[in-house]
Design a protein around this ligand. Structure first.
Ligand code: ADP
Ligand code: ZN
Ligand code: ZN
Length: 761
């Protein structure tokens, strides 16, 4: 019988990130288990705080006389496979940094106190005759509300109390009066709030294609053999991946297990919901950001109790406490929203892989443009690769024109529309077909480019683009290298060199100027502030209330518009030179997705005219491999170039990178904390960490420390921000170094500055 509990206390400071032992009092012994959230007295004043039990033991660590008692249980977490989740939290702490409590909070979301939703059903409780006689009486007395309710109930038998209030306009006094006479009874049931809109049915397909069947069969037969190597499905948009996921999940559910289906929030459309509910009915549930914390918790509870087979949602759905998890599917594996922005800054792909490993579940990823990291792992045999190169509906790829903006300038065209794009826009408008204009702006970085020759300032050390800061100097995010901006292009001497900052608003006014009669819609962060704005704009465009949709990334994800036959990408360079090692990958992804938007309707036709998809990519860097390969929809071509670039710079996945962000209101202290950490890292000898990469090697052969330097946003709300980058071939080495830094800070009490770790940012 466990008498003592090791508890992590709920105060997120690194200093207290260890367990404290408490005695489990008699009355709680059969209730407390690992994962339980308990209240305990803490410190000299016995302040009552909460903590998670991580371990139970019979052996006291200290003098049992001095060991304090647990006060109470706040959440026993008995409905969760706690062992798995505790193990996962410990792994996350080592892999991503942060305190154990931060990790526990991610995997064991706290029970949110919500009023249990009570459903009240009102039903008839007396014989037909009695009811009839009362109805006559009420009619005589003109008690119309009573009469109305009894009438409705004789037709339906029973009704929901809220419905009675809203639709029959009959209030509680009336219902209670009828109950007191024994005419009706009120049945109370607590119900789980099911966020699934019922009554939605997706279209059923007649059967899988050969390609689809092949993937489903392979995955399931490997599953049956216990081969748990993760799978990556590389399939173009429209190749039928979603149907494949549904069939794999169905197969595994039929084998008695449950499934987690991860999708980027933005992809959770009405159609996706319909396709899954059509197959899994009320055994599927969805998590999304519009659910309240309580609703979310209810869904986890349902999963823990075995009421669900499938959970669909963004990255937090990964921690659904299923009793016997059989498969994790991760759609759009490359999406950046899978990376958490808060400590622990975990990556969903790696964490899902770990979780699948611990639970003995299969792990399936899918994407039209897999991340370089994931694709690399198919080459090294860590993942199994499945390819689905054909669209289900057939259909040709769109015709892509790459326009060299330097030439436009040479020909005297200074507008944001190239002649080709203008010509095609005029054509589409005259045929009442729709156009999308895409500005692939990312974040707020501003790079400098020469509009005459395409020259871009790059860091001589890191081979990434430099960003223009307010001090009018160009900075490298990684190493802090800086150089003043010259008035003339260093390459060709042109004065057409400057920042590129066009926004969607400017594009919209330019459209109005050039095409005064065209109706436009704009979708960006500004026009989608309120709930529902996003959907409103999309449906207005789908209903053809506008000819042109102008927008950022948001317009290229999901959603098909059959009448869009032209996609204009205004400046491919905007995502190409963002100053980080992923910029080419993001550009390839965005351009490929954008091109895909215009090509979906090729098989449709409208009158005499075939709706042909055309794409115009405007760029100052037409020779860049990301632009060229995206124009040809050539993923492998892109991958080969990209992996070579990553290898040369030791960037992930060929090397690993740890970013340490140091924040402090006091700039001097921020800098000195950063410097001491960088110093610690430079002196970090793996001799101390024997076994990681072998003893005695000189440390700089394995670790490269860059910085500290100002973060790309050097100050937010009066808080100064410094960064250190540490590169190594070994991820494990970086993780151990991170543990060392945390320990070093704790020992020296140097915790005034806030520190965040980010692996492979
Ligand atoms: P992806 O997820 O790869 O983009 P989807 O699974 O959404 O592809 O499929 C694209 C379209 O093709 C959807 O409208 C889907 O209903 C349809 N589809 C998929 N598989 C089949 C099939 N075997 N037969 C007929 N239609 C299919
Ligand atoms: Zn130039
Ligand atoms: Zn640099």
């Amino acid at each position: 019988m466990a008498t003592y509990a090791d508890i992590i206390i709920d105060i997120s400071t690194e200093k207290l990130d260890r367990t404290f032992q408490y005695r489990v009092p008699e009355n709680l012994r059969d209730k407390v288990c690992p994962g339980s959230l308990v209240s305990i007295p803490f410190g000299r004043g016995n302040r009552v705080i909460t903590g998670y039990v991580v371990n139970l033991t019979g052996e006291p660590e200290f003098d049992p006389e001095k060991t304090k008692d647990i006060i109470d249980i706040k959440d026993d977490n008995k409905d969760r496979p706690v062992g798995t989740l505790l193990q996962l939290a410990a792994w996350m702490k080592h892999h991503y940094g942060g305190t154990l409590i931060q990790c526990l909070k991610v995997v064991l979301p706290k029970k949110t106190p919500v009023k249990p939703v009570e459903k009240q059903t009102v039903r008839l409780a007396a014989s037909e005759e009695t009811i009839k006689s009362y109805m006559d009486e009420f009619e005589k007395k003109h008690q119309v509300a009573r009469l109305r309710l009894l009438k409705a109930l004789t037709e339906t038998g029973a009704m929901d109390r809220t419905f009675i209030g809203q639709k029959l306009n009959v209030g509680s006094p009336v219902i209670n009066a009828l109950r007191d006479r024994g005419l009706v009874e009120i049945e109370k049931t607590t119900s789980y709030r099911n966020p699934v809109v019922s009554g939605i049915y997706g279209k059923k397909i007649s059967g899988l294609s050969m390609d689809q069947k092949h993937v489903v069969d392979c995955v399931l037969s490997r599953y049956d053999k216990g081969d748990m190597k993760p799978s990556l499905i590389h399939g173009v948009t429209g190749s039928g991946k979603t149907e494949v996921y549904i069939d794999i999940i169905d197969g595994i559910v039929k084998r008695g297990h449950q499934a987690i289906m991860l999708i980027p929030e933005i992809a959770l459309t009405y159609q996706t919901v319909a396709r899954f509910t059509a197959r899994f009915g009320d055994r599927v549930s969805f998590i999304h950001s519009r659910l309240s914390a309580g609703e979310r918790y209810d869904q986890f509870l349902r999963a823990g109790r075995g009421e669900l087979d499938v959970m669909i949602g963004p990255r937090s759905a990964l921690f659904t406490p299923f009793p016997s998890l059989g498969v994790i599917v991760m759609d759009e594996e490359h999406e950046s929203s899978y990376k958490s922005e808060q400590m622990p800054k975990y990556h969903t792909r790696e964490t899902a892989e770990k979780m699948a490993g611990i639970s003995g579940a299969a792990f399936i990823m899918g994407s039209a443009t897999p991340s370089v990291e994931a694709y690399r792992r198919t080459a090294t045999g860590v993942y199994e690769l499945y390819e689905m190169p054909e669209r289900i509906t057939g259909g040709e790829l769109p015709v892509v024109y790459t326009v060299d903006l330097r030439k436009e300038l040479a020909e005297g065209n200074k507008s944001i529309f190239s002649n080709k794009l203008k010509e095609l826009m005029t054509d589409r408008l005259s045929h009442r077909e729709q156009i999308m204009l895409f500005l692939n702006r990312r974040g707020y970085t501003s790079f400098v480019t020469c509009r005459k020759c395409g020259y871009v300032y790059k860091c001589p050390h890191c081979d990434v683009s430099l960003s223009l800061h307010r001090d009018k100097k160009l900075h490298c995010h990684y190493c802090g290298y800086e150089t003043p901006m010259q008035p003339l292009c260093p390459e060709c001497g042109s004065r057409y060199i400057g920042g590129m900052r066009a926004g969607t608003e400017q594009v919209e006014s330019e459209v109005r100027r050039v095409f005064p009669t065209a109706r436009t819609l704009r979708m960006d962060a500004d026009t989608t502030r309120k709930k529902g704005d996003y959907e409103k704009i999309l449906s207005a465009f789908a209903d053809e209330e506008a000819d042109i949709l102008i927008g950022t990334q948001m317009i290229v994800k999901g959603h098909d518009f059959p009448r869009v036959t032209l996609m204009g990408i205004l400046a491919a360079d905007m995502s190409l030179h963002t100053g980080d090692y992923r910029s080419a990958e993001r550009t390839f992804e965005l351009l490929t997705q954008a091109a895909g938007r215009a090509g979906r309707a090729v098989s449709a036709s409208c009158g005499e005219r075939r709706l042909m998809g055309e794409v115009v990519i405007q760029t100052y860097s037409p020779d860049n491999y990301a632009v060229i390969t995206a124009a040809h929809q050539d993923y492998k071509g892109f991958y080969e170039e990209e992996i070579a670039y990553r290898a040369m710079g030791d960037y992930p996945p060929e090397g690993h990178m740890l970013q340490i962000l140091i924040e402090d209101k006091d700039e001097t202290r921020a800098l000195s904390s950063a410097q001491s950490m960088a110093e610690y890292a430079r002196c970090f000898r793996q001799d101390d960490q024997a076994g990681i990469i072998g003893k005695g090697a000189p440390c700089d052969a394995h670790i490269q420390v860059i910085g500290p330097t100002d973060a790309s946003v050097a100050k937010i709300n009066d808080v100064y921000r410094k960064v250190i980058y540490i590169k190594s071939k070994s991820y494990e080495l970086l993780a151990v170094l991170k543990d060392g830094i945390e320990k070093y800070r704790a020992e020296r009490n140097a915790q005034e500055s806030r520190v965040e770790f980010d692996f492979n940012p």
